[in-house]
Design a binder for this molecule. Structure first.
Ligand SMILES: [Zn+2]
Length: 216
């Protein structure tokens, strides 16, 4: 497997390293890090800078939830640890607790066009939700826009859209300015981890009619 070519921004890595990221976003970042040596190195560098900055500011009272967040981080692989993907085939370590029986056993619900979605038992926080999207091999998901941000991370297969080609481990980030039509590669079904903070907005003439059914 080749290393990812679409990466996380420093802003995301900083949110994650500082514990400020919501659970769905932290899950996305941790999963990308499990694939990406470049972002693991970058996250380690940012943590080091953060640690140095912390030493220069006066101490303040610690947030009650801080220890819980630290304890949760302790269960995650260290930034420079090799990817651990044993146990559940095809499921990166950060997702293992959410998909104990593997990708195929997720609670898939068909949404048409050869695609299916599965919710993840992730705490919705500040409007961010996690789910899985499966697009059949060689099939296209209808052209759509976004009311907020949508982040996709490829777990299996690949897809192409107006913004590029995305393979396993790659992250795609879309905002309200982007409309796109992801098409899965022909090799196998494309499965993505999805984080949204608003429902998608169908833009095709016919698919617009489907909007009311996609607001979950
Ligand atoms: Zn990366």
């Amino acid at each position: 497997m080749t290393a990812p070519t679409h990466h996380l921004t420093d802003e995301w890595l900083l949110d994650y390293a500082s514990g400020a990221a919501t659970e769905p976003v932290a899950l996305m970042v941790a999963t990308h890090l499990s694939f990406c040596p470049l972002c693991r190195a970058n996250a380690a560098r940012l943590e080091q800078i953060g640690g140095t900055l912390l030493e220069t500011i006066p101490p303040v009272a610690v947030d009650r939830n801080a220890w819980d967040r630290v304890a949760a981080r302790l269960d995650e692989p260290a930034p420079d640890a090799p990817p651990v993907r044993i146990g559940i085939p095809g499921v990166p370590a950060p997702l293992a607790a959410y998909l104990p029986r593997g990708l195929d056993a997720a609670p898939w619900a068909k949404v048409g066009f050869g695609a299916a979605r599965a919710a993840l038992p992730c705490v919705e926080h500040r409007g961010f939700k996690s789910s899985l999207l499966r697009i059949g091999a060689g099939r296209g998901f209808p052209h759509h826009g976004h009311r907020g941000e949508e982040m996709l991370l490829v777990l299996q297969g690949s897809f192409d859209d107006e913004t590029g080609h995305y393979g396993v481990g790659d992250v795609a980030v879309y905002d309200e300015a982007v409309t796109h039509r992801p098409v899965a590669g022909p090799e196998r079904d494309c499965i993505c981890l999805v984080v949204t903070n608003a429902p998608i907005r169908m833009t095709g003439i016919f698919t617009r009619l489907l909007n009311p059914f996609l607001r979950s």
